[in-house]
Design a protein around this ligand. Structure first.
Ligand code: PLP
Length: 365
């Protein structure tokens, strides 16, 4: 490979370009093989946000371009904002979106999807694993229902890609969004799987040089893409071993935590991503809790912006009261997490939560 692989993979007239192109094509094979897909079904993007936007808006634009009349989309209320926000844009363009309310356990059952389908349903977008509570939907079954009804099925698999087996030859999925940084790859790179048979009608959202089979113009971020490819290959090789080890760590942590009075697990215990635990602590203030746990890298159930701290839309959609949604933390466990870290974090959480609960009950008596 030329030093630093300087060439542009789109330059077909010299060796630097060929080497870069070869590296990109190898990455495409690596990403595709995690899904058992044809490499020609994978296009590179800047991340799952772009892939989600391209999938949703691209399907809608293809319908309009073909003179089709379908204007209904089905999704769930607990999707990532990268789905919910494009859906809001499409609503402003005259589309009707049904936001399925998940069950208390966070899952979207296939029957709920079936019942939501209408004559004019064009697209269903339901995520595989939820990014906050980690629960895993049965995208194979949902895809079957969509296919029976001639509806296109997209799934945001940013959280499950490389962690939960997905096989596009066995599962009736049409479009899948992937992100590099969820699998220890680089940030700012992702991919969209686009089924070729039956072909998914999709109109590009970025126009220009016609790269990525015309679906996504712009010079490819070669180094990022190569990183995504390598990260995909590592995940594929170690999926089962990593999964088992991470699940054991997560279960060890949960065994400690569930001893704390007032502790509730948010979302169904299984099927759930091996590395995810989302826990609510009754009787404590969420802000005080996260501030006191400054040496534990947990995420709180709040989406913060400069003017407000709102409880997570996911936890509220599950029916949690606001205070418990505020006092919920997401703990994630990964390839590099150790038992010592798990035990340390568990004892810190137990101390802090116990201390806050004792203080609050002293104040209220
Ligand atoms: C489910 C899901 N979708 C989309 C995204 C956005 O991914 P990216 O940062 O690659 O655009 C994320 C990451 O936060 C995610 O977890």
């Amino acid at each position: 490979m030329a030093q630093g692989n300087f060439g542009n993979s789109g330059s077909r007239t010299h060796a630097y370009g060929w080497e870069a192109e070869e590296a990109v094509e190898q990455a495409r094979v690596q990403v595709a093989s995690v899904l058992n897909a044809d490499p020609r079904e994978v296009i590179f993007t800047s991340g799952a946000t772009e892939s989600d936007n391209l999938a949703l808006k691209g399907v809608v634009d293809a319908e309009i371009a073909a003179g089709g009349k379908r204007r209904h989309i089905v999704t769930s209320a607990i999707e990532h904002k990268a789905i919910l926000d494009p859906c809001a844009v499409l609503e402003s363009r005259g589309f009707e979106v049904t936001y399925l309310a998940p069950q208390r356990e966070g899952l979207v059952p296939v029957e709920q999807v079936r019942e939501a389908l209408r004559e004019d349903t064009l697209l269903v977008s339901i995520m595989h694993a939820n990014n906050e509570i980690g629960v895993i939907n049965d995208i194979g079954a949902i895809g079957e229902v969509c296919r029976e009804n001639n509806v296109i099925f997209h799934s945001d698999i940013a959280q499950s890609f490389g962690k939960v087996p997905i096989d596009v030859k066995a599962q009736a999925v049409d479009l899948l969004s992937i992100s590099g940084h969820k699998i220890y790859g680089p940030k700012g790179v992702g991919a969209l799987y686009i089924r070729r048979d039956p072909a998914v009608p999709l109109v590009a959202q970025m126009h220009g040089g016609g790269q990525e089979m015309g679906y996504r113009s712009g010079t490819i971020a070669t180094h990022q893409v190569v990183g995504l490819g390598s990260a995909s290959a590592l995940c594929a090789a170690d999926m089962a071993v990593d999964g088992e080890r991470i699940e054991a760590l997560r279960d060890r942590f949960w065994a400690h935590l569930k001893q704390i009075p007032g502790t509730v697990l948010n979302g169904v215990e299984s099927p759930r991503l091996q590395g995810n635990l989302n826990v609510g602590f009754a009787g404590v203030d969420g802000e005080t809790l996260i501030m006191a746990l400054d040496d534990v890298a947990a995420a709180n159930g709040s989406a913060c912006n400069s003017t407000s701290v709102r409880p997570s839309h996911v936890l509220l959609a599950l029916g949690l009261p606001e205070d418990l949604a505020h006092a919920s933390l997401r703990f994630t466990f990964g390839r590099f997490t150790t038992e010592e870290e798990v035990d340390y974090a568990a004892s810190r959480v137990a101390d802090v939560v116990g201390g806050l609960q004792a203080r609050n009950s002293a104040v209220s008596t």
